[in-house]
Design a binder for this molecule. Structure first.
Ligand code: ZN
Length: 317
């Protein structure tokens, strides 16, 4: 059996994780390094001279010039947390290393926290991944396909009209040899030309060439300057056509991951979080060892989000 270079690459071992981030001091030092790689800089006046205090047990930096105090975790995804950073770091590790996604229920058991705590921590880290992904556009040749998340509610409308089905678009940029580079999975209001044009404006470089099946709404990509190559598939399924092989494989893996790791979640409300998290991990699949560190950087750069904001489920592309 040939070795798959992505599947068989070494990740970070649990021993290494505990050795590097097993104490609160180690985690504080890692957050500080991720936030201020060139050393602390006062957010008010830009001065670098400072002293370190402890406020309510948290490391706090006081500017020597203007005396402004900055908590180590204020302004990051960790803001306001009562959990030790070691718990957050273990969650970052577990989520990063889980190939097929990690559920809040699994985190609850592994971290020894309550389910609501695990749920919130999981969603906050997914928010960090979604925000990081939103900064990237796909370019070059991009395969796209329409897809749905979720099943039918008991007694509800079957098929595509089901109330619990969430439409989303799967998009994959390819290299010159046709190998997948980056993916984006985006919840849509529906498969309309307008929704596709808005999606393409935010998620694709205008120089992209979009390869799709004959679904009429995909022509919306030309409204924002992308080229479009539709293929009318007729009676054949897109998965049987070589030009759609990559995007269909990736979408198949996505659905397997979601159904395996998360038996049920509010598809209509939180779809973008789960889709964004899968894209985040897919797009960093060549360097699993660095993934926890990269998620830490995403977490310190992510604006704080409260449980209420997450429940309102503000979704971004
Ligand atoms: Zn200052």
């Amino acid at each position: 059996m040939s070795m798959n270079r992505i599947q068989f690459q070494p990740g970070m071992s649990l021993f290494e994780q505990v050795e590097r981030y097993g104490t609160e001091e180690q985690c504080e030092a890692a957050v500080q390094q991720a936030r201020w790689p060139d050393g602390f800089c006062c957010p008010c006046c830009g001065a670098t001279a400072h002293c370190v205090l402890r406020t309510k047990g948290r490391k706090t930096f006081q500017c020597n010039l203007c005396h402004h105090q900055t908590s180590l975790i204020a302004g990051t995804v960790f803001e306001g947390t009562k959990l030790p950073l070691t718990v957050w770091f273990m969650a970052i590790y577990l989520i990063s290393e889980a190939k097929t996604g990690h559920s809040a229920l699994a985190l609850k058991r592994e971290l020894g926290v309550s389910y609501p705590t695990a749920w919130l921590l999981h969603h906050k880290l997914m928010q960090a991944m979604v925000e990081r992904e939103a900064g990237y556009q796909l370019c070059g040749t991009v395969q796209v396909d329409d897809a749905y998340l979720g099943g039918e509610l008991t007694g509800g409308t079957p098929g595509r009209g089901s109330e619990n089905k969430v439409p989303f678009i799967g998009a994959l940029s390819l290299d010159a040899q046709g190998h997948p580079l980056r993916a984006k999975f985006s919840q849509l209001s529906g498969f309309t030309r307008k929704a596709i044009a808005e999606w393409a404006g935010a998620c694709l470089s205008p120089q992209s060439t979009v390869v799709s099946d004959g679904l009429a709404c995909f022509a919306g990509v030309t409204d924002v300057g992308c080229a479009h190559q539709p293929t009318v598939v007729g009676d054949r399924k897109p998965k049987d056509l070589p030009m759609f092989h990559s995007v269909n494989t990736v979408l198949g893996n996505l659905k397997t991951s979601l159904s395996g790791a998360y038996h049920a979640f509010g598809y209509s409300k939180y779809a973008q979080h789960y889709l964004g998290a899968i894209a985040y991990r897919f797009n960093r699949r060549f360097d699993l060892h660095a993934l926890p560190q990269r998620l830490l950087v995403a977490a310190v750069r992510c604006d704080p989000c409260t449980a209420r904001q997450i429940r309102l489920a503000e979704t971004r592309c």
